[in-house]
Design a protein around this ligand. Structure first.
Ligand code: SF4
Ligand code: SF4
Length: 268
């Protein structure tokens, strides 16, 4: 017999895990309170191969009995974003926060999987990053597109994912056969100032390689910069070779740490 579970049960669980993680691992507390949204794994997700990578997996590809998709966002603290602002190179703390967040997200996913399994459900996970096609530079499991469909946030001009607490942070997701229903945090169409016709485009000016424009992101230009950074930036010396970071279009812009439109109707 399965024990009932709700989106708020999972929210409470990950809040506790994120809060305890830095102390437990003796690292700087890089994070604010995480956000989580759920969605019924119905035919809305069939659009993924059209709006994301054409070989994007569907929830049922991960778990044949999938009934819900769970997507969460772990926002960085303002200090880490601020430290990444000066100059054209990423700060060491931004690289460390990226690495630590990827480990944290893996841990959160495992905790949620265990929690669901203990209640009698199945759950399937994917990695936090580098699950993408290196040629097309498109994720085969895009947390951002899943988050969009689940109502966790909306895309900005910079292709970053703007949640009710901003875009500076990292995402994770999983699928489960628990019936969690829809619990979106955002109902507004857009959370990007430019997309609602207000003045902004700060992110366009911020990109050191001109990869952000009103017509979208130059994925190749951005990816080349990320690879170059880990190879040549002194501040990133000794970090993992997969620490592909920049984040200049994510920090000290209007959507870094909040929904700049005030439209999200956030329940966080
Ligand atoms: S910086 Fe401005 S234009 Fe760019 S994504 Fe954020 S809100 Fe939109
Ligand atoms: S992450 Fe850096 S290189 Fe990529 S689009 Fe943003 S500012 Fe440009």
């Amino acid at each position: 017999m399965n024990t009932p579970v709700s989106p708020d049960d999972l929210r409470n669980r990950i809040e506790g895990v994120v809060q305890a993680y830095s102390q437990k691992n003796d690292i700087r507390p890089f994070w604010r309170t995480p956000l989580l949204a759920t969605a019924v794994a119905d035919d809305r997700f069939d659009v993924l191969p059209r709006i994301a990578a054409e070989d994007h997996a569907l929830p049922r590809d991960l778990l044949d009995t999938a009934r819900s998709v769970v997507v969460f966002f772990v926002p960085f603290i303002p200090e880490v974003a601020k430290e990444n602002h000066p100059g054209e190179n990423p700060s060491r703390s931004w690289g460390l926060a990226y690495e630590a967040a990827n480990r944290l997200i893996g841990h959160v996913c495992e905790v949620l999987q265990r929690e669901l399994e203990d209640r009698g459900y199945r759950a399937a996970l994917t990695p936090a990053t580098h699950n993408f096609d290196q040629e097309k530079l498109m994720a085969r499991w895009s947390h951002k597109h899943l988050g969009y469909l689940a109502g966790l946030g909306r895309f900005g001009v910079n292709a970053q994912f703007i949640t009710p607490v901003g875009c500076a942070g990292r995402m994770g997701s999983l699928v489960t056969d628990a019936d969690l229903g829809d619990s979106p945090l955002v109902n507004a169409e857009e959370l990007c100032l430019h997309k609602i016709g207000r003045k902004c485009l700060v992110c366009v000016d911020r990109c050191p390689v001109g990869a952000v424009s009103v017509s979208g992101i130059d994925r190749k230009g951005c990816w080349e910069r990320l690879k170059e950074n880990i190879a040549r930036v002194d501040a990133l010396a000794g970090l993992e070779s997969s620490t592909h970071v920049c984040g200049k279009c994510q920090v000290l812009v209007p959507c870094s740490l909040k929904d700049p439109t005030g439209n999200s109707g956030c329940r966080s």
